[in-house]
Write a protein that binds this ligand. Structure first.
Ligand SMILES: NC(=O)c1ccc[n+]([C@@H]2O[C@H](COP(=O)([O-])OP(=O)(O)OC[C@H]3O[C@@H](n4cnc5c(N)ncnc54)[C@H](OP(=O)(O)O)[C@@H]3O)[C@@H](O)[C@H]2O)c1
Length: 367
């Protein structure tokens, strides 16, 4: 088994445990060495790693989990590496490694691996091999969080039959675009709610989402009009096809407006809080309509269902391979050997901003 050369590797990491609560972005680019892998260790090279909103929340200290701080990276203080998703190439494997070999592509089996780095060495059991044939690393590196979240939310909360309706806000997000495509594939009708944009930009977004498979696309303002419920009644043929599910990543009054047209017994699944506003549920929604308000967190689900996660990921990758699933728009941030820390930090800083052109993804070059 070939072993990698001992050479410096970059790690974009947080400096101290205290920093996680105070520093809004990773604050250091650290170089260290990795030795040859022994027994069950694998050495990985990162090919691509997305910048997800949750990664920033984690750095800000507003997320329920904190990445592990370790002294093994050779920093003066214990250091954590941000990032929870990536596509890696196996560079070398220890003598006891059975599930992967040099050249394979793998993704993280669990969250918290720390993916914003050029290389890492981990236990074999922390990664899952994927069939790389016909795929780009950006597709593999972004499959495990957003598309999996969309898939599980459409499947696990209500039984959506063909022809049924569901509604979602943040519909142009990574999760939203995945949900639109899966909902269409499974024969359901979706109402995609987006924030309005001026003129041609708004029209273009509407068309993009319709092309992906959204049945109707409306703006937040349109949804909050008094007659929106009548509009839904007309679309659903007087609710003869029920509006059974709402997916909410925004929160606040906008989320509650989305609950109003739901059919009795429907479920709203909250999985994000982009507006940072709390939701006030009217008693009548609970008493007279028996609406159910639930939540989904892919980290908890994945850690509890590793086999089901693998099955879900493999199914999604097969859709991508056959062209049945389109990528979310991405803004590639190239990370080469000589890339300056400030370039990486700037890319991270823009992640929580609204009206973005696409999801930031680190794409690793000559590292
Ligand atoms: N619970 C889970 O397991 C789970 C899993 C994956 C993602 N998430 C969450 O899902 C959300 C979307 O993630 P993503 O990676 O798909 O996001 P993304 O592709 O980066 O898209 C962000 C979305 O949020 C909207 N947005 C941004 N700021 C907003 C604001 N102030 N008010 C209302 N909407 C706003 C954007 O709309 P504009 O284009 O109009 O700005 C866009 O639709 C995030 O909150 C993320 O943390 C949760």
């Amino acid at each position: 088994m070939a072993t990698p050369k001992r050479s410096p590797w970059f790690t974009l990491g947080m400096a101290t445990p205290g920093a996680v609560l105070n520093v809004p972005v990773p604050n250091s680019l650290h170089t260290h060495s990795i030795g040859p892998p022994h027994s069950s260790l694998v050495t990985l090279r990162t090919l691509s790693a997305p910048l997800n909103p949750a990664d920033i929340n984690q750095i800000q200290g507003t997320y329920p989990t904190v990445p592990p701080f370790t002294s093994t990276l050779g920093t003066a203080q214990p250091t954590a590496v941000p990032g929870n998703e990536a596509c890696f190439e196996v560079l070398a494997a220890g003598s006891g490694v059975k599930s992967v070999k040099k050249g394979d592509w793998v993704i993280a089996k669990y969250t918290g691996l720390g993916t914003w780095r050029t290389h890492l060495q981990v236990e074999e059991e922390k990664v899952q091999r994927v069939e790389k044939e016909g795929l780009r690393s950006e597709q593999v590196g972004t499959v495990g969080v957003n598309p999996v979240t969309a898939y599980r939310m459409l499947k696990d909360f209500v039984k959506l039959e063909e022809g049924d309706w569901w509604i979602q806000n943040g519909a142009n997000s990574g999760v939203g675009r995945a949900a639109i495509q899966l909902g269409k594939r499974w024969g359901t009708n979706s109402i995609a709610v987006v924030r309005s944009r001026p003129g041609a930009e708004g029209e273009k977004l509407k068309k993009d989402l319709e092309d992906l498979g959204a049945t109707k696309v409306v703006t937040d303002e349109e949804m909050q009009q008094k007659d929106f419920k009548d509009q839904v009644k007309e679309w659903t043929d007087g609710y003869s096809s029920p509006l059974k599910l709402a997916l909410n990543c925004v929160g606040g009054d906008a989320a509650m407006a989305m609950a109003k047209p739901l059919s009795p017994g429907a479920c709203m699944v909250t999985y994000g809080a982009m507006s940072k506003s709390p939701m006030r549920v009217g008693a009548s929604m609970l008493i007279f309509k028996d609406l159910r308000f639930s939540g989904f967190w892919v980290s908890k689900w994945s850690d509890a269902h590793p086999e089901e996660k693998k099955r879900t990921v493999d199914e999604l990758l097969e859709m991508m391979r056959t062209g049945a699933f389109r990528d979310t728009p991405m803004v590639e941030v190239r990370w080469d050997w000589g890339t300056e820390r400030d370039v990486l930090v700037e890319a991270v800083q823009g992640t929580l901003e609204g009206f973005k052109k696409g999801k930031g993804v680190f794409v690793f070059g000559d590292t």
